[in-house]
Design a protein around this ligand. Structure first.
Ligand code: IPD
Ligand code: CA
Ligand code: CA
Length: 266
């Protein structure tokens, strides 16, 4: 494992300890509403603090973007992107599907990624050019051709209700073509599952950079493809994501495209 990933793993495990310490005492947590259907608990904040602390010990000069604390300015060449708890709504309901997502971008190129599911003790890692791993096993995207017999992940636009009708139209278009669709509630894990071949593909509207920064590299290093709804790599700008092997990626795009509003086609 690359030494930088080791540091990211240490940071993720520190956050995992915080998250698991409270997972049986959720009733005691202070929970705030950042926006409609967007919650933050003291666990999200403490987990982010633990991650930043670990990164800073080794790389005090790097920039760090955390979902809860915002941007910590530093050397712009090195940008960490951190979601301390992806799947907060699941966590707050005791639904065990959530993860920590940490990525390091160098000159805007993803170099290292960690997604860690502390409950299942599953560690997804990747470094540019060195492959992607689930614990010690190499990951590969599936080799499905087309959408027949596939299992596809997605996310509902519950933070963006203005896109619900459009989303439901894309769902209706995908539904008859696949074996199943899953909405598990953590985009970082959804992308890690595509990289691991547990899902054949994925699409979601309106994600943030911290939801996807690590998943991008996991998928690329597992031989997959990730893009926005125009098929380019503007997912950070648009927040819209499609992923899968090359063929599944193209098929999802082709299937949803006629149903997208003009705004979402960009
Ligand atoms: C959310 C999860 C969810 C996705 C949302 C994200 P959070 O992240 O990834 O699957 O549908 O759009 O915001 O808020 O739990 O970190
Ligand atoms: Ca998130
Ligand atoms: Ca989060």
């Amino acid at each position: 494992m690359h030494p930088t990933v080791n540091i990211a793993v240490r940071a993720a495990r520190a956050a995992g300890d915080v998250i698991l310490r409270y997972h049986n005492q959720i009733d005691l947590l202070t929970i705030e509403n950042k926006a409609a259907n967007d919650f933050v608990s003291e666990v999200d904040k403490a987990a982010e603090y633990a991650i930043i602390n670990e990164i800073k010990k080794s790389f005090p000069e790097h920039s760090i973007l955390g979902e809860e604390g915002g941007q910590i300015l530093g050397d712009e060449k090195y940008q960490w992107i951190v979601d301390p708890l992806d799947g907060t709504t699941n966590y707050l309901h005791g639904f065990p599907q959530y993860a920590i997502s940490i990525a390091l971008y160098e000159n805007k190129v993803p170099f290292h990624a960690v997604v860690y599911d502390p409950f299942k003790e599953e560690l997804f890692t990747a470094s540019k050019g060195e492959g992607a791993f689930l614990n010690d096993e190499r990951m590969r995207v599936t080799n499905s051709k087309g959408l027949e017999n596939t299992l596809i992940g997605t996310g509902f636009p519950f933070k963006h209700p203005q896109h619900l009708d459009c989303y439901l139209a894309t769902f209706k278009a995908i539904h008859p073509k696949v074996s199943g669709i899953r909405r598990a509630g953590s985009a970082a894990l959804d992308l890690a599952y595509v990289a691991a071949g547990r899902l054949d593909g994925f699409w979601e509207i309106g994600l943030n950079s911290w939801d996807i920064a690590a998943g991008v590299l996991l998928i690329k290093e597992a031989g997959g493809f990730i893009g926005d709804f125009s098929g380019r790599d503007m997912y950070f700008e648009t927040g819209n994501v499609v992923a899968g092997n090359t063929d599944v990626f193209k098929e999802i795009l082709k299937t949803i495209h006629p149903h997208l509003t003009e705004e979402l086609q960009k």
